[in-house]
Design a protein around this ligand. Structure first.
Ligand code: PLP
Length: 328
């Protein structure tokens, strides 16, 4: 079975908790799956994907991991941690300028021993794959064999991590004696959503899987998800029917754009922290859960009773600009 083709890096299964007070506020049963607790150094959703990607790297005798992301990329930090743990090297291609203030994920990247190259946003958009290929060639001159993981580990093999997570959810709901009829997550590079969507379909489960994009727009992500679903099918050999209209990307919540916060999002994060003792991140889960709650209030989720939100992590991504927006 393809899903056994992984190494163990994450603390699984992650628990599912009911948010009693938020449920009362909204008149719906709201649950949260704590994928922010998959680990400490590796915390968040990316390590589920790395369990599959890094297995492929090891099977190919690689001793270096190359990946890319924003300067505060959770994925880059998780990759650096995994590489250190496994005795591999890591090389991160980060979008932006070298930050004099070492903070958050970028600080941990350094602490974990990653080699880092900064590139401009233009280079990142147009040329990051080639730049990673060039680094791979340079590393081979040093005698290393490198494996390239794309942004967010969102390709066919990485997305298996969230196909696997969907099976975990199905098992947990059986044990809990409930049925989640809506499952929601944030969408950044699309692998988390695609894996969940695929797992839901391929098992014949009939939950609606919602993805709330925190950058880009619906049309863009429909393309991304469609192509990831085709890649998943290629990996597993298990067909599903792909109907573009049935891909539930909920647009409207990127706000001011990637990693830029609005006061209402930050207020919402503070509200959830003080209501439920759960800390969301400003880049992904804060925006996505804010969007989910707005949609519930608008009535979009009226036909659902038990709604599961995936907390995909991101706590290390808080930066000075976002922190200074909070009145404490
Ligand atoms: C990367 C990330 C996401 C988005 O997941 P994708 O699979 O890239 O769509 C959500 N939350 C956090 C905290 C992340 O780091």
């Amino acid at each position: 079975m393809i899903l056994e083709n992984k190494i163990k890096l994450a603390n699984l299964p992650t628990k599912i908790e009911k948010l009693d007070k938020l449920s009362k506020e909204l008149g719906k049963n709201i649950y949260i799956k704590r994928d922010d607790q998959t680990g400490t150094e590796v915390s968040g959703n990316k390590v589920r994907k790395l369990e599959f990607s890094v297995k492929e790297a090891l099977d190919n005798d690689c001793d270096y991991l190359i990946t890319c992301g924003g300067i505060q990329s959770n994925h880059a930090r998780a990759t650096a941690a995994v590489a250190a743990k496994l005795g591999m090297g890591s090389f991160l291609v980060l979008r932006g300028k070298e930050d004099n203030e070492l903070e958050g994920n970028y600080f941990f990247d350094k602490l974990l021993g990653a080699r880092i190259k900064f590139i401009t946003p233009e280079e990142y958009s147009n040329n990051r794959a080639q730049i990673m290929e060039n680094i791979k060639n340079e590393l081979s001159k040093e005698g290393h064999r490198a494996y390239i993981i794309p942004e967010g580990a969102s390709n066919g093999v990485g997305s298996l991590g969230y196909y696997n997570a969907m099976l975990e959810i199905l098992e947990q709901q059986k044990q809990m004696g409930i049925k989640f009829d809506a499952i929601a997550c944030s969408v950044g590079s699309g692998g988390t959503y695609s894996g969940l969507y695929y797992g839901n379909k391929v098992t014949g489960n009939d939950a609606t899987v919602y993805g709330i994009n925190i950058t880009g727009d619906r049309e863009y992500f429909l393309d991304v998800v469609e192509s990831l679903l085709h890649e998943l099918i290629k990996y597993t050999g298990q067909e599903i029917s792909i109907n573009r209209d049935a891909i539930d990307i909920v647009d409207g919540y990127p706000g001011l754009g990637y990693a830029i916060s609005r006061p209402e999002e930050i207020e919402f994060i503070k509200h959830i922290a003080q209501l439920e003792g759960i800390i969301l991140d400003p880049v992904y889960t804060g925006k996505a859960m804010y969007g989910l709650v707005q949609e519930i209030k608008k009535g979009t989720f009226d036909r659902h009773d038990n709604i599961l939100f995936i907390h995909t992590g991101g706590i290390f991504g808080w930066n000075t600009a976002q922190r200074s927006m909070i009145e404490l």
